[in-house]
Design a protein around this ligand. Structure first.
Ligand code: NI
Length: 165
C-alpha cells in the first residue's frame, strides 16, 4: 500500500466509513487494502485487557480504544513473542495460531497528519501487527507453517464452494 500524503476531507470520510465498517462487521481492525484501497491506513478498536480478565456480570465493560494509524512503522519490538488465535475479515470463517511480538512501538500519523508514537502490548499489539501486515500485503495465514497454511486454504476453498453453492 502507498503512503498517504493528503489529509483532506476525502480522507476523513474514508476513515469514518472504515470505522463504521469495522464496527458493523464486527471486527477489531480494518486496513484500507481490505476494501481495495491500496493506502497505508488502518483503523483499530479494542478494549485493552479485554482478553486478560474473565468477564462476569458485575464487571463493567472496559472502554474501547480507537486508533487511526496512517503510514505506520514498527520501530521497536519486545524480545518476548506470544502465540494467539487470529481471524481476519478478509478470510471469514478461518482462524489460525500466529506468533507475534508481545509488545511493540509504532510510529505513525494520526488522521490529521500529526506524528504519533504508540506503545502497545498484549492483544492490542497483536491487532496492530495484524493490521500493519495488511498494509504490506501479508495475511495472518502467511505466518503459518506450510502444512498449516495448506490445511487452512483447503478448508477455505471448501467453505467458499459451499457458500457459492
Ligand atoms: Ni485481517
Amino acid at each position: 500500500a502507498k503512503p498517504i500524503t493528503k489529509f483532506d476531507k476525502e480522507l476523513q470520510t474514508l476513515i469514518d466509513n472504515m470505522i463504521e465498517t469495522m464496527r458493523e462487521a464486527p471486527g477489531v481492525g480494518l486496513a484500507a487494502p481490505q476494501i481495495n484501497i491500496s493506502q497505508q491506513l488502518a483503523v483499530i478498536e479494542y478494549a485493552e485487557g479485554e482478553d486478560e480478565e474473565e468477564e462476569n456480570e458485575n464487571t463493567p465493560p472496559k472502554p474501547k480504544k480507537l486508533y487511526v494509524i496512517i503510514n505506520p512503522e514498527i520501530t521497536k519490538v519486545s524480545e518476548e513473542k506470544v502465540m494467539g488465535i487470529e481471524g481476519c475479515l478478509s478470510i471469514p470463517g478461518l482462524q489460525g495460531e500466529v506468533e507475534r511480538y508481545e509488545a511493540i512501538q509504532v510510529k505513525a500519523l494520526n488522521r490529521h497528519g500529526s506524528p504519533v508514537k504508540l506503545k502497545v502490548d498484549g492483544w492490542m499489539a497483536r491487532i496492530f501487527q495484524h493490521e500493519i501486515d495488511h498494509l504490506n500485503g501479508v495475511l495472518f495465514i502467511d505466518h503459518l507453517s506450510k502444512l498449516k497454511r495448506d490445511r487452512v486454504i483447503k478448508k477455505y476453498t471448501k467453505l467458499a464452494k459451499q457458500t457459492a453453492g
